[in-house]
Design a protein. Sequence first.
Length: 263
Amino acid sequence: MLYDDQATDFDERAGLPADACEAVAESLVDIGGLTVGDPVLEIGAGTGMLSIPLIRRDVHYVGFDQSPAMLAVFSEKIASAGLAAQLHVADGNQRWPAEDGSIALVFCARALHHLNDDHVVAETLRVLKPGGRLVLGRVRRPNNSVKSTMRKQMRAILEAEGYFGRSHNARANAVFAELEHHGAIAVQQREAAHWTGTHRPADSISAWREKQGLAGIDVPPDVKERVLEQLRGWAAERYGDIEIPREQDEFFELDGIIMPRMD
């Protein structure tokens, strides 16, 4: 299953600072105009890193993910915090676990590039209430940051092997454009959180080696290993010691769209 092999250390490897998660939750409540008990559906809920602060704000939370192992970690967090939430093992490219017109806010971060654009549009139109919101989140880093630079070079090497990865931005633009044809109105992009972190070039290589595939797609193991070895050599030439941590600014951005009301 997708990401099952990353569940136990996902938060340590890809986690956000606690205050950043709180800030994202607060922005989601604001963008969604959420009040107590409003139904929220999260696509690709994972380990609940971003979700727990949102659940604490007394929304009616429903989350789903294709990975049972990721949701098991999430479930443990919910139990230990004494919170309530509905979690479902489900594929985002199949029917979402929500009734027609029942959801005030659909939220997705880090999972959009795994989904079919047309299906996201169709299910968004099906599950959202009139006036409901779809909000997409992502971590952004300056183009010259270590993590961004390593990702761009990895994709370049992968493309030279004849494989082309998936892109969050391309998917988001396509989904929003189609929803606008149905009368939806875009919300101004919001920087929900900003922090300074550290990253080693070696961290990128280690993380990708542990993942299934590369750049959101399946690739043969020998191709993956060849790409990562070439990347390691490139990084050593560019950075010298790839084990040295380097500071980088990080931002969490939210893009949203509001469905028309049926007045």
